[in-house]
Design a protein around this ligand. Structure first.
Ligand code: SF4
Length: 373
């Protein structure tokens, strides 16, 4: 299945079976096989739409697998910093689904891990991968197509970060993240990718600004899949560094002319998805977020949107987040350290020492300081 199947619509429970009928991705599965479905469960809060994989997409996969006689089905993921997959299973409806279909849920952060050597150049000589994922017979990657504050987009390549222990996920943000993602793609290749493009997000990987995209994509090649998704989200694939690194390492092609797309239907409305300006251009304040985790960055950006709407942001504020944060020399601005690791590394004027602080906490503290200023 070298090409990518694409279907538009909103009716997940008819769209997934159409993709499966068109591609027959389960033809080699045996009834005794163990199948792991890896959704994207970044957050474990009520507002998960556009961030986490919609459980209806996974449910339609489960129904197709069980119709083939497969009974050992595991849903596994590890959430973003400050969140919990165990809680996300509950909040998003996966636990209820597991009861109804007899599925096993695994919070991969609590799994045991196996160290695997990395065959391509980059910051890591080896990576730790969850045993549940390594030992299964068939791995299905079900990412969401959406923006990402550091890598511009996230889809199937970056979604696999959730199979590693928390310390290693955090370590990815202290190195060249894009190279590290390409390294992960060289160690772990899924058997099937089903992209949840029903609702995505054009501004943030941690959400609160969901956008209806009304599409699902199915394929087997991560570099090709993410190249097509990058193009749909308004980026040339080579502009996404982890896609370019993966292609240059021989893990696939990002040449759109070489990637075949098979649309099963046409969209009702031909909407062009376009990314908003990068966050560094959206706010009047200074931002130094190098190396910060996605959840810290996402929460800060959401708080900044609210602060901007209130008119309390200005060029005299300098926000710092992440383990590489440092107070600017000369220091003519008010410095605000967001998150425990930035607080520990700096002597900022305002310290918000949580890991990660919520958007509400950041908003309240900064708005209150701005009012007193
Ligand atoms: S405080 Fe530091 S470690 Fe914690 S989420 Fe933020 S950037 Fe990551």
């Amino acid at each position: 299945m070298g090409s990518i199947a694409l279907i538009y619509g909103e009716q997940i429970h008819t769209m997934v079976p159409q993709l499966i009928a068109a591609r027959d991705p389960f033809h080699s599965l045996r009834a005794r096989d163990t199948v792991v479905i890896k959704p994207n469960l970044v957050v474990s809060r009520k507002e998960w739409q556009g961030v986490n994989t919609d459980p209806q997409v996974v449910e339609a996969l489960v129904q197709a697998l069980q119709a083939r006689g497969v009974t050992r089905i595991v849903i596994g993921d590890g959430s973003g910093m400050g969140y919990s997959a165990t809680k996300a299973f509950e909040v998003c409806g996966y636990r209820d689904m597991a009861r109804r279909y007899g599925l096993q849920l695994v919070d991969l952060e609590r799994d045991r891990f196996v160290r695997k050597p990395v065959p391509i150049e980059g910051p890591f000589a080896s990576l730790e991968i969850a045993r549940t994922v390594l030992e299964c017979d068939f791995l299905i990657n079900v990412p969401v197509m959406k923006a990402h504050c550091t890598t511009s987009i996230t889809c199937s390549l970056k979604n696999l970060k959730g199979v590693m222990p928390r310390a290693m996920k955090t370590a990815f943000h202290g190195v060249d993240l894009s190279r590290a993602i390409a390294q992960l793609a060289s160690v772990l290749v899924p058997d099937l990718i089903l992209v949840d493009g029903i609702q995505g997000d054009l501004s943030s990987e941690t959400g609160r600004t969901p956008v209806a995209m009304n599409r699902l994509l199915m394929g087997t090649r991560p570099v090709e899949m993410d190249s097509v998704v990058a193009d749909m989200l308004g980026y040339p694939p080579r502009a996404i560094r982890h896609i370019a690194y993966s292609a240059d390492a021989g893990l696939g092609t990002c040449d759109l002319q070489s990637i075949k797309i098979d649309p099963l239907n046409q969209p009702v409305q031909n909407v062009r998805l376009r990314p908003p300006p990068h966050y560094s251009q959206r706010f009047p304040c200074h931002l130094d977020l190098d190396g910060a985790c996605c959840t810290c960055t996402g929460n800060l950006l959401f708080a900044l949107e609210r602060l901007k709407a209130q008119g309390v942001l200005s060029a005299s504020q300098h926000f710092l987040a992440g383990p590489q944060a440092c107070v600017p020399s000369g220091r003519r601005t008010m410095t605000i350290a967001v998150g425990q690791c930035a607080v520990e590394r700096t002597d900022a004027d305002i310290c918000i020492a949580q890991c990660p602080p919520s958007a509400g906490t950041i908003y309240r503290i900064v708005a209150s300081a701005a009012r007193q200023d």
